[in-house]
Design a binder for this molecule. Structure first.
Ligand code: ZN
Length: 76
């Protein structure tokens, strides 16, 4: 193998590696965003990031529906 060729191969390898890292970061952000929306309204299926938002949503949108037990202790 000629020395020049080896350098080109090395650069290609690096480019491939960086592309792979970018892909992985994008995937992680997507997963984190998905993981952030962990509270799903039992009535309308709206997803919310925290119990406080969930309780406020529930009280304003579904006042006639009994509060889910996991929201009973939440201070909204
Ligand atoms: Zn709802």
């Amino acid at each position: 193998m000629a020395p020049g060729q080896q350098k080109i191969q090395s650069q290609q390898k690096n480019a491939k590696k960086q592309a792979g890292q970018k892909k992985k970061q994008g995937h992680d952000q997507k997963a984190a965003a998905k993981a952030a929306l962990i509270y799903t309204c039992t009535v309308c299926r709206t997803q919310m990031p925290d119990p406080k938002t969930f309780k406020q949503h529930f009280e304003s949108k579904h006042p006639k529906t009994p509060l889910p037990p996991e929201l009973a202790d939440v201070q909204a």
